[in-house]
Design a protein around this ligand. Structure first.
Ligand code: MRU
Length: 352
């Protein structure tokens, strides 16, 4: 199984998604700051992957520390946690994973060795859980896909956005592997082209039929009846069911509603921000040059033009047909099922 990020005992290795599809470059480091830069630059991207990367950065800091002072080690780990928290603001998995790491760092230990071991163990748990959760979501979600479906997906919610398999692409993969003859429509996803570069790369590697469309073609393609379902991932889901995902998702949801196409969101419960409010979500604004250029290679406008570059948008609950989680499918009205999930939350997640 392809893994986009790995723990190699004393170092972390990831595939640099900025180089795809032209080059399969793997980067290794023992330095937590290098992991922070990888998340900021989007070498590692996608909500679950950046949560895992953050946990592994804390594990790296623990593994390479030689201090004999428990308090010194604790402070250095908390500094790494704070640094990782500043890398990207929108995907909640980052904060979810760091909250878990912080709880472990803040517990009682006899000596630094015990703290080091606990931190590495928790980071590997976050890592392993991601694979298991995606596998369960894929099994559950694939039942919603019918033989002959054409599924539209946006951005990249695949193995390259998680440790392995992916969320939306995990569902698509499982449907394909179960023998359903499906086709995928991938949107380019300007400005960073995660759909054109990453989703297409992943699907073509596995022989899953995919057609690439410009983001602007979604309306036409749906109006011609060429899409039977939409499946996207999410960076954060806020009660009562607002889906914050790659910019362009909202447009697709409105069009799906207009054309009677089911709109599914595949997201692990770690993406659900049960306590947050939609008004408080920080929508990341990225560099204007992402829009002024094509991947920093060619200016497509006057280089000094003012730009608005929100990386995410907000789809209201009324446009969501169902949310596929590892704990089951939350169907419309999603608010009811999300409330049930909130009540079933493990106690650990209720801690302040
Ligand atoms: O800016 P990115 O590439 O990190 O944004 C990623 C997305 O919006 C994905 O759709 C989302 O994280 C779901 S990934 C399983």
């Amino acid at each position: 199984m392809f893994r986009s990020i790995e723990w190699l005992g004393d170092r972390v290795r990831w595939i640099n998604t900025l180089k795809l599809p032209w080059e399969e470059e793997f980067i290794e480091t023992t330095d937590p700051e290098r992991v922070a830069l990888a998340v900021e630059r989007m070498e590692i991207r996608g909500a679950p992957a950046i949560g895992v990367a953050a946990a592994l950065a804390v594990a790296l800091a623990a593994a390479r520390s030689t201090t004999a002072s428990l308090e010194e080690l604790r402070h250095s780990l908390l500094r790494v946690i704070e640094r990782m928290r500043r890398t990207r603001p929108t995907a909640v998995n980052l904060f979810w994973a760091l909250k878990r790491m912080e709880a472990v760092v803040s517990a009682e230990y006899r000596d630094p060795g015990e703290l080091r071991e606990a931190v590495v163990r928790e980071a590997l748990r976050v890592y392993d859980e991601d694979v298991g959760v995606n596998r369960r979501m894929a099994e559950i979600g694939s039942k919603l896909i019918d033989d002959g479906d054409t599924v539209l997906t946006h951005c990249n919610a695949g193995a390259l956005a998680t440790v392995a398999l992916g969320t939306a692409l995990g569902v698509i993969r499982a449907a394909w592997e179960s023998g359903k003859r499906i086709k995928v429509v991938a949107t380019e996803t300007r400005p960073m082209l995660q759909g054109a570069r990453l989703t297409v790369w992943e699907l073509m590697k596995e022989g899953i039929p995919v057609k690439l469309i410009a983001d602007t073609a979604v309306g036409y393609v749906m109006s011609r009846g060429l899409v039977s379902k939409v499946i996207v991932g999410a960076d954060r889901i806020v009660m009562p069911g607002y889906v914050i995902n790659k910019v362009g998702t909202y447009t697709i949801a409105v069009l799906a509603d207009r054309h009677g196409v089911p709109f599914y969101v595949a997201a692990p419960t770690s993406t659900i921000d049960f306590d947050g409010r939609v008004e408080d979500v920080v929508i990341e604004e990225r560099s204007p040059d992402e829009v002024r250029t094509v991947l920093s290679r060619l200016y497509v406008t006057v280089p000094t033009v003012e730009v608005l570059n929100p990386a995410f948008d907000v789809t209201p609950p009324g446009l969501v047909t169902a949310i596929i989680t590892e704990q089951g499918v939350v169907s419309k009205p999603v608010e009811v099922g999300l409330r049930e999930l909130r009540e079933r939350r493990p106690r650990r997640e209720l801690a302040p």
